[in-house]
Design a binder for this molecule. Structure first.
Ligand code: FAD
Length: 315
């Protein structure tokens, strides 16, 4: 079987889980697509998971109330062994990349990190991933049992399957957690999260200043109900928080519409947003690389064009 460890937050299945299901479907690997849901009070998540998977294994236990790398690794390993999984897919989130290597070691499996594409090459699982500052896309084959993490935003979210998958409750024997989360402060934002947004407005250095970023990028995003993104140049300049960075060293996104204001389109930025369905770019330089990937482009000054867009989007 193909085992996917579901990601979920606040009682809802994360988009990353639907992306992993697409990765599994595209991998060409055989066997039922099985979603493992770990947590406590997760019935609603399990129901959502059943809509896209062949089967859902539900481990609803107090020990799984909070994420812990050792516990998640033990749970995943146990299920992979019992179900004789040949492929284990884990989200490329910070936590996923923390426990996935542990699972690979415990299973004595091959390990692939940050796959942006999956397919089969004979018996091997073939993956693509970025390397050399995202200037190179590498193709790698792994034989036998494979644990793979999937780069968020690299696959389209899976639509529901023809029929809902069966759900099974599983009992696990888990180790005591040696690391305990003792506090959490959640940044409050009324805006949609970048990785969940259908529309993203991103500002680059061409926006000119932090004040202009609010005046143009945030104002347009708020009128459109969009997420706000930033280039690394803007983040490095301290205009915007790292959480908004899109690109190789930031988030990978795949919204329906990506609006880039004053963004040059460096390869490291493109690797994080190049798969967006519609890319709309405004840049005063007609030769800017962003226009090579843009579906719609306006060559012009942001200071003249964006106020008109904000006005139009208000209506
Ligand atoms: P610039 O390249 O300076 O582009 C500004 C653009 O604005 C120009 O095209 C200009 O024509 C236009 N402009 C200026 N004024 C106006 C105006 N008034 N109206 C309209 N257009 C205007 N970058 C990322 O974004 N994300 C990453 O994750 C990332 N990771 C990296 C990792 C590594 C290892 C390295 C080496 C680099 C990385 N970078 C990343 C940096 C990347 O190479 C670029 O430097 C960066 O993306 C440039 O940001 P920018 O487009 O905002 O700025």
């Amino acid at each position: 079987m193909i085992l996917i460890v579901a990601e979920h937050t606040a009682g809802k299945l994360a988009k990353a889980t639907l992306e992993m299901v697409t990765a599994a479907r595209e991998s060409g690997r055989e066997g039922p697509i099985t979603l493992l849901v770990l947590g406590q009070n997760i019935a609603a998540v399990a129901n959502e998971a059943a809509a896209v998977a062949d089967q859902v294994l539900v481990a609803d236990m107090p020990e799984l109330a909070t994420y812990n790398a050792e516990v998640w690794a033990a749970a995943t390993t146990q299920i992979a062994q019992e179900g004789e999984a040949h492929t284990v897919i884990i989200g490329g989130s910070r936590s996923g990349r923390e426990y996935a290597p542990r699972v690979a070691v415990k299973l004595d499996a091959a390990y692939l990190e940050d796959a942006t594409k999956l397919s089969s090459n004979g018996a091997a699982l073939q993956a693509q991933r970025y390397t050399f500052l995202a200037r190179v896309t590498e193709t790698v084959d792994a034989d036998g049992l494979v644990v793979v993490t999937v780069k968020p935003g690299s696959f389209a979210p899976a639509p529901p399957a023809a029929a809902a998958g069966e759900q099974y409750d599983v009992e696990l024997s888990l180790p005591a957690a040696r690391v305990e989360v003792t506090g959490k402060s959640v940044e409050k934002s009324s805006r949609v999260a970048l990785t969940e947004a259908d529309v993203i407005v991103t500002g680059g250095r061409g926006v000119g200043s932090p004040e202009n970023f609010s005046r143009y990028v945030e104002a347009l995003a708020d009128n459109l109900g969009a997420g706000v993104g930033a280039t690394r140049a803007v983040v490095d300049a301290g205009w915007r928080p790292y959480a908004e960075q899109v690109g190789q060293t930031g988030k990978t996104v795949q919204p329906k519409a990506y609006i880039a204001l004053g963004v040059s389109g460096a390869v490291q930025h493109l690797s994080g947003m190049g798969k967006s369905k519609n890319i709309i770019a405004i840049n005063k330089d007609a030769e800017a690389p962003i226009f090579k990937v843009a579906d719609y482009g306006i060559v012009g000054d942001i200071n003249e064009i964006v106020p008109a867009l904000i006005e139009a989007s208000r209506k």
